[in-house]
Design a protein around this ligand. Structure first.
Ligand code: PHE
Length: 350
C-alpha cells in the first residue's frame, strides 16, 4: 500500500508542476484533493486493510496529503504573483516620476479626522467604528439618558418608523431605530465586546434635527475617545486632552475643564482650549469638547462589575475643530462639494 501512496505523491507532484493558470489550478486541485479526488479514494481503501497495516498507511496518506496541500498553496502564490506582475506590466510604468502631492486635495474634515487619529494612535488608541443607525438603547438608555431627556425629543433625534427592520443591528423588544445623535454609542458597543484595558477612538457621522445655519447642520462628525482600566483618573483625562490639543494646534495651546453635565459621565466636564495660532480667535477660550469619568451606571449596563475599574470618555466635533483651525465660518461649506472651497485644502498641507 505504501508504494501506492508514493506513486500518488509523484503523480500529484507532476500534475502540480504542470499547472500554469488559475483554471488549471482549480481543476488539478479538485482531482487530487477534492471530495471525489484521489486522496478520498485512497482513504476509502483504509478499512479494507488489516488492523496492523492501517495506522502506518493512514499516517503515510496524511503526511503525503499535507505535503500536497503545501505544494498547492505555493503554486497559488506563484500564480497570483504572476498575475499581478502581468497586471502591473500592463498598467503601470514604475520608472515614471510620481505625481506631485501638490495637485492632490483632501477634504478638510478628512484631514482633521486623520490628524486626530494620528495623534491618538501615537498614544496607543485603536480606531474603531460603530453603526450610524442605532437603537434607542445604545444611543440613550445604556448611556443612562432617561426617556424624559430633551435629546430624546423628536425635535432633536431622527426616529425611524416603528415597523422598519434593519439587518445586523440587534434590537430589544419594540425599541425603535434612530440615527445616532452622538458617537458615545461606540463606548457601549466597545465595552460590551471587550474587557479592559480599553483605549479606543471612534470618529464618525452623527445626526440631529437641527435647522441649517452657519453653525448647524443635521449631519456632522464627532470623534469619541474611551479609556477604561484600573486606576484611571481625571488627571489622565486632562493630560491626554492637553497633549492632544498641543499636538493639534501647537505648543502655545492650553486647555481648561469646567464642570458640566452629561448623563453618562460623573463627574462631567466641558473642555475649553485657547491657542496662540488661531488667527482672529487666538488667545480666546473656546468650548471644544465634552468629557468625564465613565458613570458607574454605564459600567453596570455593560456588565462591568469590578470596583477597581474606572475610565474616562470624551467627544469632540470634527467640523468645529476644522472651522477653528482653518478659519472656516460656515459649516455648510463642508457639504456643498464646491471645488472652489475644496481646492484650498491640499493633501500636503497640515
Ligand atoms: N456625546 C456628548 C455629546 O454629543 C459628548 C461627550 C462624549 C460627553 C463623551 C462626555 C463624554 O455632546
Amino acid at each position: 500500500m505504501i508504494p501506492q501512496v508514493n506513486k500518488i505523491f509523484e503523480e500529484a507532484q507532476i500534475a502540480i508542476s504542470g499547472v500554469s493558470s488559475r483554471a488549471n489550478f482549480d481543476n488539478a486541485k479538485s482531482k487530487i484533493l477534492g471530495p471525489n479526488g484521489i486522496f478520498r479514494e485512497l482513504m476509502q481503501l483504509l478499512p479494507r486493510l488489516s488492523k496492523e497495516e492501517r495506522p502506518s498507511v493512514g499516517q503515510a496518506i496524511n503526511a503525503c496529503k499535507n505535503e500536497v496541500e503545501e505544494m498547492f498553496k505555493n503554486k497559488l502564490i506563484e500564480i497570483e504573483s504572476n498575475e499581478s506582475r502581468a497586471f502591473l506590466g500592463q498598467s503601470i510604468d514604475p520608472t515614471l516620476p510620481s505625481t506631485s502631492n501638490e495637485d492632490i486635495f483632501c477634504h478638510p474634515l478628512t484631514k482633521i479626522k486623520n490628524r486626530i487619529i494620528e495623534i491618538f494612535s501615537n498614544l496607543g488608541f485603536n480606531t474603531v467604528e460603530g453603526p450610524e443607525i442605532e437603537t434607542e438603547w445604545f444611543c440613550f438608555d445604556a448611556l443612562s439618558t432617561p426617556e424624559s431627556h430633551p435629546s430624546r425629543d423628536e425635535h432633536d433625534t431622527f426616529y425611524f418608523n416603528r415597523d422598519v427592520s434593519i439587518e445586523n443591528i440587534s434590537k430589544k423588544g419594540d425599541e425603535q431605530y434612530v440615527l445616532r445623535t452622538h458617537t458615545s454609542t461606540v463606548q457601549i458597543r466597545t465595552m460590551l465586546q471587550r474587557k479592559p484595558p480599553i483605549r479606543i477612538l471612534s470618529p464618525g457621522m452623527v445626526f440631529r434635527r437641527d435647522a441649517i445655519d452657519a453653525t448647524h447642520y443635521p449631519t456632522f462628525h464627532q470623534c469619541e475617545g474611551l479609556v477604561v482600566g484600573e486606576g484611571i483618573t481625571v488627571c489622565d483625562l486632562k493630560s491626554i486632552l492637553d497633549f492632544f490639543f498641543k499636538k493639534l494646534t501647537g505648543e502655545g495651546s492650553e486647555i481648561r475643564m469646567r464642570p458640566s453635565f452629561f448623563p453618562f459621565v460623573s463627574p462631567g466636564f466641558e473642555v475649553d482650549f485657547r491657542s496662540k495660532n488661531l488667527g482672529k480667535l487666538s488667545n480666546r477660550w473656546i468650548e471644544i469638547c465634552g468629557c468625564g469619568m465613565v458613570a458607574p451606571s454605564v459600567f453596570k449596563n455593560c456588565g462591568y462589575g469590578s470596583d477597581k475599574i474606572s475610565g474616562f470618555a470624551f467627544g469632540m466635533g470634527i467640523e468645529r475643530l476644522a472651522m477653528l483651525l482653518y478659519g472656516i465660518d460656515d459649516i455648510r461649506l463642508f457639504f456643498q462639494n464646491d471645488t472652489r472651497f475644496l481646492k484650498q485644502f491640499k493633501l500636503s498641507m497640515l
